[in-house]
Design a protein around this ligand. Sequence first.
Ligand code: PMV
Length: 348
Amino acid sequence: MKQKFNKGYVECIAPSNIALVKYWGKKQTQIPLNSSISFSLSACQTKTKAEFSFGQGERNINFFFHGEKTPSFIPKIETFITRVEKLYPWLSEVEELTLKSENSFPHSSGIASSASAFAALAYCFEVTSCKLEGHEFNHSRASEAARLGSGSACRSVFGNYNLWGELSATNGNNSCSQELNNIHKNFRNVRDAICIASSGEKSVGSTAGHALMNGHVYGEQRIEQAQQNCTSLLNYLEKGDLWKAGEIIEEEALSLHALMMSSRPSFILMKPNTLKMIEIVRNFRQTQNIPVFFTLDAGPNPHIIYFEEGASLVESKLLEELRPHCEQGRIIMDSVGAGPKVLESFFE
Ligand code: PMV
């Protein structure tokens, strides 16, 4: 089929997200073993411009990262395109695809960029699909496409809080995430101060990490724990119970790391200063009686999660106490965000 345009481009920006209940373990292709809940960030984002020319020739892909030609990313993009072609059949008629991508956060900051990168790319594809086929923007399809790039990316296609994964007969599904709309005002301006304990390469990538859950000695209990934590957290997010939510957030962070430590092979991704910072957060919380919590991704950097209540004291006191334990004193200040945006699009 000949497309109605010869060429065009779309530029989108999509956020990273931080999981409060962690996705850990999957079946093919990025079908999660358990449900997860996250919120989308605002400062940590990927901006991607996708330039298309349509034709019948063989597809050629170019990839530029921060203006530099980076062919090492192309095999991942090829795999992604093969997976999403069933959602976006017009991709088979793209002769030349040039992607220009940049992250708002430093490459060596220890922040995973795959969620924002695949969400931005999926968003570009969904916008293109609307232009070519004349339909409405479909967030669920964009989220499903992003999931096929990197599981957690499906939660970056929306803003605010998201649920991904089947939770009950009526709530959640494995193929895409959904934005939660019943969030209490206490949770609305949640902040995330990302303390860079170490910016070095992780000793286990996420693909190998998820695989550790196959046959894990605590595998079944983990699924049960995560499902229960999702159900409880949804309830606390609706009721506005910051303290109960915080208990789950920290339990999830430490469970994720406990699962990695008790895997075969075993991995310890926390550094001594990660533990030091956890101790400081807990002491501060106890002495000040302020709802401030930590979470961790599959890496050493504590994310300090706090709310409107007590924010100024957290920033002036707690973060300053944590800063000497961060690599070069680096803390990335972030907060909940509104989700991806289309910056520009043009087809002719
Ligand atoms: O999307 P992936 O394959 O990079 O997995 C992400 C896993 C965690 O970041 C550890 C947890 C999560 O739910 O984001």
